[in-house]
Design a protein around this ligand. Sequence first.
Ligand code: HEM
Length: 502
Amino acid sequence: MALEALLGFDLPPLALVVAALFAILVVRSWVQTPGNLPPFPARPFPILGHLPYLGAATRDKLLELRKRTDEIFSLYLGGTLVIFLSGYDVMREALVKQAEYFTDRPLGGPSSLLLIQNGIVGASGSIWKENRTAVVQILKEFGVGRDIMSQKITEEIQLYLAHLEGLAGKASDVREITTCAVTNITCNILIGKRFAYDDSAFMELLHQLGEFMSLIEGGAMHQFFPQLQYLPGDLFNAKTLLKLDAEIMDKMAGFIKNTTGEGEDGEGNHSNLISAYIDKMNAKQSAGQNTVLSMKELERVAFDMMIGGSETSASTLLWFYLYMVHFPDIQEKFYQEIVTEIGTSKTPTGQDKVKLSYVNAVILETQRLASISPLAVTHRCTKETTVRGYTIPKDVIVILHLDSVMWDENIWDDAMNFKPERFLKDGKLFCPDHFVAFGMGRRSCPGESLAKMELFLFTVSLIQRFRIVPADPNCLPPRTYIKGATCPPTPFSVRFIERDTK
Ligand code: HEM
């Protein structure tokens, strides 16, 4: 009412809300900027902050900003101040040297529709720590000694390769089947069983996970513009995202219900994560220990494993296929190492990994150049501190600019070219600390060992049996990506030609 009187004309209610928000944000962005923050590249626009400044080519713009600043800079995304850590040393100074202040996730609260604060990915404090520790321990138990992880991956790969064989060398886009296979491995680890590729409930889950991942970036807009929640409609698909979240959570609850009581051999050994988690929870509860582990937490943990473990590994495999058609000589060298070290008929296992230096170097180079998770997951600074001499205010959102490290010309010679040899020293595998595909510090990816095993076994098993060739030898698929929380390559087709190894 006051604003209408001030402006001297009638405004419809929606316009009134927008005008009021505009006024508040303009004043806030001018008045509330604390001193000694990491540098801003330009003055923020009202309401939108620096979003128009970033434009459509966000990755290029952020790389340019990194060069122009002291590896650390501030941006207003909407009305929200965000600090970018953009360089290896600065990331280490925050995430490792001051880990106690940079480990939590952004706060939720009533203004944030989409921030989920339980499980692992979105949780902080003791909820995050206990869930994450339980999962890391379980994955370790599955990977070391008992080799359950490698068995489950190999089982899936055999069916995946049978599918590729069925394509009979026809040009195909294998994105869906690759995501299917990788997601099936996560399911197998979670519930101890896999699904047929045409199982309708599984296909529905895949579809929901894919849609969730494609909408999540839009959902982040609600983090930067909390006021959006008051507007009608479904701006940036926030409501769709919440609905999908509830649907996937329902599926996770179903997984848990059907798995409870299964997968334990009578001697305390478990063959699925759900049963192992419940066992840990029961042990703590019967010992009278205070614990956050619960069936509700387990649902979110299962969700996080599905989200964290599906598109990431699948996208990396797709980039590998793409690079292999671009660099046939590298593909041939990759194959020759397999022939020399494990032969053409033996099924590759986790134990073969140490023998294949060049193969491992190609996988690392794929991850480095593809840089599929360019901004990782947002962090929050929990206490005012300094990095590079700049003030990092309490509760500010902190973004890890992983591209800036993965593509840093000062670290990697000729960084934008595919050169696996950079990961070899005197013929032996050498991976510098600057390889940050899985993040850095306490939040770094808990699925790293699983992902590495998947990437190794998929690529080696595939190249042992098939040559990957372009659909059209005169026109290679472009090395471009789809923008999102993870960046898979834009859809492309290749042909998988069976090798004559008899
Ligand atoms: C090539 C494959 C993968 C890549 C490149 C990758 C990368 C990452 C990155 C960059 C982060 C964020 C780190 C941060 O917040 O600072 C992360 C977190 C996470 N990843 Fe992965 N990941 C991969 C595979 C997996 C797999 C297979 C799983 C599990 C099945 C998984 C589960 C998670 C979880 C649960 C988190 C959240 C960790 C936390 O908040 O403490 N990821 N990953």
